[in-house]
Design a binder for this molecule. Structure first.
Ligand code: A3P
Length: 327
């Protein structure tokens, strides 16, 4: 049985000081991950996660963007920010032109619930747009049950996610002088799902089920669908967030303008995203913008590894109704 299935019920708290007893693995990108509450949590943020879980109080008008890493988080942050703030900031003066989307929509577990915080929660303008990589099962109760806040989730074909993460981590590896071959990495990922916030199947299925049970609270998006018709999803997002486009806005092409503002080509060429860096982050802003292609996995994976990943995806998602095209 995969290790991740063996420890589902562990739920240590800071007070119990049980982090030391959690299953621990070295992730291929060089940092340690702990199996905490059913997912592989980067060790460096496990205390932040506990703090987020214990203290965060959702507001009714919050929007929480949830995602599995490398599935289009940066893009969706930009889209949600632009849709929600369009009456505050004309697009031509959008803060997205001078700030990276991760600055405008901070991560709860990386930026807010850390010591000292990079962003103070009280400084986040209302209505708040916040983000997280935590699986649905690990979200604070106040998000899931006590509030009418909205959750927008994005995921992606796991083969492309895998390749995207490998490139992303390779960018960090050069700094830590740690390197693991794609084949070696894929075996670990394939066999045990040991990847930050994974396994991917639990992450995706958790939000998939929540979106089916609570369609008014949880919107489930796939990167590939957005790539196919982002204007359609910009309109859907505006309706879901309770700020639908007026007839006038539609006539003036506002959804198309938001799509262009947030496009890969536009964001990646902005000075702030070419040369900037978020405070204390090991990642340069440019690492969030690589290729943005659907199906890029086929340029990297051997047929045996691709087949193993497709089989894993099929086996884990079978019967759920959640599918991804792989050809
Ligand atoms: P690739 O590595 O396949 O190019 P995340 O934002 O969750 O870290 O995901 C990063 C992936 O989204 C990268 O994929 C990146 O290139 C892509 N991406 C970033 N901005 C994008 C945008 N505006 N439109 C489409 N894809 C984008």
């Amino acid at each position: 049985m995969a290790k991740s299935e063996n420890f589902q019920n562990q739920n240590p708290t800071l007070e119990e000081g049980l982090f030391g007893s959690l299953p621990k693995e070295k992730h291929c990108s060089g940092f340690d991950v702990l199996f905490y509450q059913g997912f592989w949590c980067p060790e460096i943020i496990v205390e932040n996660v506990v703090s987020f879980q214990q203290h965060f109080q959702a507001h009714e008008n919050d929007t929480i963007l949830a995602s599995f890493p490398k599935c289009g988080t940066t893009w969706l942050k930009a889209l949600i920010f632009a849709v929600a703030n369009r009456s505050k900031h004309p697009l031509i003066e959008s803060p997205l032109l001078s700030a990276n989307p991760h600055v405008l929509v901070p991560f709860l577990e990386f930026h807010i619930y850390r010591k000292p915080p990079l962003v103070n929660l009280q400084d986040v303008p209302s209505p708040r747009i916040l983000s997280t990589h935590l699986p649905y099962s690990a979200l604070p109760a106040s998000i899931k049950t006590n509030s009418k806040c909205k959750l927008v989730y994005i995921c992606r074909n796991p083969l492309d996610q895998f390749i995207s993460y490998w490139h992303f981590a390779s960018g960090m590896q050069s700094k830590s002088h740690y390197s693991v071959s794609l084949d070696e990495w894929s075996k670990k990922y394939c066999i045990s799902g040991i990847t930050p916030f994974g396994p991917f199947w639990d992450h995706m299925l958790g939000y998939w089920k929540a979106s089916q049970e609570k369609p008014g609270q949880v919107m489930f998006l796939k990167y590939e669908d957005l790539k196919e018709d982002d204007v359609f999803y910009v309109k859907k997002l505006s309706e879901f967030l309770g700020v639908p486009f007026s007839t006038e806005e539609e006539r003036d092409g506002m959804p198309e303008q938001i799509s262009r503002l947030c496009s890969f080509e536009n964001l990646k060429d902005l000075e702030v995203n070419k040369s900037g860096k978020i405070d204390q982050s090991p990642v340069d802003n440019k690492q969030y913008f690589r290729k943005a292609k659907v199906g890029d996995w086929s340029n990297y994976l051997s047929s045996s590894v691709a087949e193993a990943l497709k089989k894993l995806m099929h086996d884990k998602l079978e019967g759920s109704g959640l599918t991804f095209k792989t050809s």
